[in-house]
Design a binder for this molecule. Structure first.
Ligand code: HSE
Length: 325
């Protein structure tokens, strides 16, 4: 099913479309570059308007403290919009506004959300012809520039919502997986930044076979656990044998923060994407609130930094059209 039919195809006379795309937690332990989960908030909003001329005629960004590039060739949302124009072979003129709600370098998929919102808005403005796979491909053109790597584990959940498996390679294929009833996600975003590109470079190109075996065993186990709603298996399988050990040093206080979440009642916890945010999977909202408070306290104690907290259902909606004019 195409996203346009899921979100409502706008009438032909539409001049402007505003889209919200949510933040996401990627990797979820063993799913480096293949698992991602949408959050209810925060999110980025992108407005794409018809404008005189051809191609992207203007680009403005708010909410970023002036740090996100406004050169369309370096901006995730603009690259995704251009991807839509190219795919539709359109020479329409468009003006783009990006409103950042997701903090930069937070490990919450900010550049992916901007790219997804841009792709969905541009497609809707031009009639909503693209299906979900095509929209994801367009968003990935922007995400590639943002993270310097080809991974869809933030863009896919931001587009489709919920917990998503993205298969590596082309053509892109995403599979939405069920989430256990009552699962609530807690996220602590400390006042720190980790650039994804650097956090990928330190991983190198090879892993020991023993780490591979642990990783694919846990990834397969986690998929089964989500289907079965098996909390014990979730607890056992949310472990990252590949990226987290190498990245833990990039996030001061990470290990004590993770332990604090578990001691406060979370079932599992780990780095969100490349960090510095830390996620915890919890049974119910009360447990998530306790885990979030414990993580924030531990970040303050261990690293001397404040944290923003997000509590979200595990089956949050993906990108959606907020307004058309
Ligand atoms: N899977 C990616 C990584 C997500 O861990 O590098 C980046 O947000």
């Amino acid at each position: 099913m195409g996203l346009a039919s899921a979100t409502g195809r706008p009438p032909r006379s539409v001049r402007s479309v505003r889209v919200f795309a949510p933040a996401s937690v990627s990797n979820l332990g063993p799913g480096f570059d293949i698992f991602g989960l949408a959050l209810e908030r925060p999110g980025d909003e992108v407005v794409v308007r018809a404008a005189p001329g051809s191609g992207i005629v203007s680009l403005t960004v708010t909410g970023d403290g002036g740090r996100v590039p406004t050169d369309p060739l370096r901006n995730a949302a603009a690259l995704a919009v251009q991807g839509v124009l190219d795919r539709l072979d359109s020479d329409a003129g468009v003006a783009i506004e990006v409103h950042k709600g997701i903090p930069l370098a937070s490990g919450l998929g900010g550049s992916a959300a901007s790219a997804v919102a841009g792709a969905v808005a541009a497609d809707a403005l031009l009639g909503g012809a693209l299906d979900r796979t095509a929209l994801l491909e367009c968003a990935l053109i922007g995400e590639r520039k943002g993270s310097g790597a080809d991974h869809a584990d933030n863009a896919a959940p931001s587009l489709a919502g919920g917990f998503v498996l993205v298969l590596p390679g082309r053509p892109t294929r995403m599979v939405k997986l069920p989430t256990p009833p009552g699962m609530v996600v807690a996220v602590a975003h400390p006042a720190l930044e980790v650039e994804t590109l650097g956090a990928r470079v330190i991983l190198g190109d090879t892993i020991p076979l023993s780490a591979g075996i642990r990783q694919w065993g846990n990834a397969a186990g986690l998929v089964a656990a989500f289907f079965e709603g098996d909390w014990e298996l979730i607890e056992r399988c949310v472990r990252d044998a590949v990226a987290e050990p190498a990245r833990a040093g990039l996030v001061p206080g990470f290990q004590p923060v993770r332990v604090a979440a578990l001691e406060a009642g979370a079932v599992a916890a780990g780095l969100s994407g490349s960090g510095p945010s830390v996620f915890a999977l919890c049974r119910g909202r009360l447990a998530a609130e306790s885990a979030a408070a414990a993580m924030a306290e531990a970040f303050m104690l261990e690293a001397g930094v404040k944290s923003d907290i997000v509590i979200s259902g595990a089956n949050a909606a993906g990108a959606r059209i907020l307004e058309t004019e």
